[in-house]
Write a protein that binds this ligand. Sequence first.
Ligand SMILES: Cc1cc2nc3c(=O)[nH]c(=O)nc-3n(C[C@H](O)[C@H](O)[C@H](O)COP(=O)(O)OP(=O)(O)OC[C@H]3O[C@@H](n4cnc5c(N)ncnc54)[C@H](O)[C@@H]3O)c2cc1C
Length: 469
Amino acid sequence: MSDIVGILERELGGDAIVGPGHERLDDYGRDESPLPEFFPPLCAVLVESTEQAAAVLRICLERKVPVTPRGAGSGMCGGALPIAGGIVLSTERMKRIIEIDPGDLIAVVQPGVVTGVLQAEVEAQGLFYPPDPASLEYCSIGGNAATNAGGPRAFKYGVTREYILGLQVALMGGEVLRCGRRTAKGVTGYDLVAGFVGTEGTFGVITELVVKLLPKPPAAATVLGVFPDVAAAGSAITMLLRDGLRPRVLELADKSSIDHIRGKSRYRFPDNAGAIVLIEVDGEPESMEMMMEKIGVRCDELGAIDVLAATEPAERRAVWEARRLISPSLKEAYRIKVNEDVCVPRGKIVEMLARVDQVSAETQIKTCVFGHAGDGNLHVNLLSHDDPEDPAVRKHMWAAASRIFEHTIALGGTLSGEHGIGLTKRDYVHLEQSEQVLEWQRRWKLMWDPSNLLNPGKKIPARTKPCSE
Ligand SMILES: Cc1cc2nc3c(=O)[nH]c(=O)nc-3n(C[C@H](O)[C@H](O)[C@H](O)COP(=O)(O)OP(=O)(O)OC[C@H]3O[C@@H](n4cnc5c(N)ncnc54)[C@H](O)[C@@H]3O)c2cc1C
């Protein structure tokens, strides 16, 4: 392994390598997960082309060196951390938007393109790329495909998987695979594209993507409903959906969220505010007024304390401000913020919130819940002022996370709605999936990476006992 950095330097040129002693090397051993430790790689390789990515994967297989793909490093569960050492393969220099075709409604992009940049570029041409992770100003489209990222607009428009039509992937050993299509429909062969999306860099390195675009909705409007408690907010959500409303965003935040942004947001929350619902609709301008009216009436009927409606972009940004302030406010206020993104059936949201309160009472760990209520996807934040490096504190936090996962599964939910499994949730997957299901996934992984050198130790727990037991 020792000469790998020199070999990579000779193959790709010194400019592509962030090597030992470089001040930036440590950055590649961290991501946005709540882990206090970092995992420095031997070096990071900043590839600029598919050929370079393939060369790195060829050399790593020849030398039996682990390699971890990385986009922008905004992942929240340690997926991009080189836990087995070895090389980090970064796509941060692959930032080219190769093509935007308004007729075919597609774009062809390199994986390092920042999601928000792609959105702005296509919107300038009257087009729309809906997936909107809250990290869109810095996360990469390759990382979004690798994690099957979601976001608030997923309720109406779906998650990243629905927008990836074709992929070019560099495989372990250096083979390059082009799969998928450029057409709106297509069922030829098995769906390898869907098979790669969401694999968190364990099957191959995505080096080019064909993404589906939509025409940009002509207008959008946003409503903030303030309720006395989550039960009332939950009823409002249920009734709005029963009314046949199809908002593009349906977000919920609990009292703890409100308490953390009081005094920071321009909107002054009423003293008795116990939950907020944020609803965004889009479509033709004429239909907008009717929908806003309907939402306002429903919120009032169900006991809203206040309803704020915004149609102009500046007003809408002000309404969103409250929701967007929650996460940074928590990060600022606490030394530890474990942000889980469990997903429960929509009808179980209010019960899940009650169970989170129960875990908080049992463990004395403060919690704060907000998220994409339309999808049942809740960001359950476990918060502490204690030392994140204290093993006892960490054990206590993860024991609480484990209880949250158990309640999620008991309610028919899933461990992660959008962030992925990576490292931090890997050892909880067995709570949700049978050993048989895990074993088939291990075999699938080994088909693409028989030496288990590509992002090893992520996504699926290692086998601890024979599958038949
Ligand atoms: C403030 C904040 C808000 C967030 N909000 C959301 C949200 O709303 N929705 C959501 O889904 N996520 C969210 N995230 C999590 C994160 O931004 C997403 O998971 C995102 O998709 C990761 O993209 P990235 O480019 O940063 O990938 P990285 O963090 O670099 O990598 C993530 C995983 O993808 C793999 N990977 C990256 N690039 C490639 C590639 N080209 N080929 C193969 N594998 C690759 C890595 O190995 C790793 O397993 C948020 C994160 C933060 C910090």
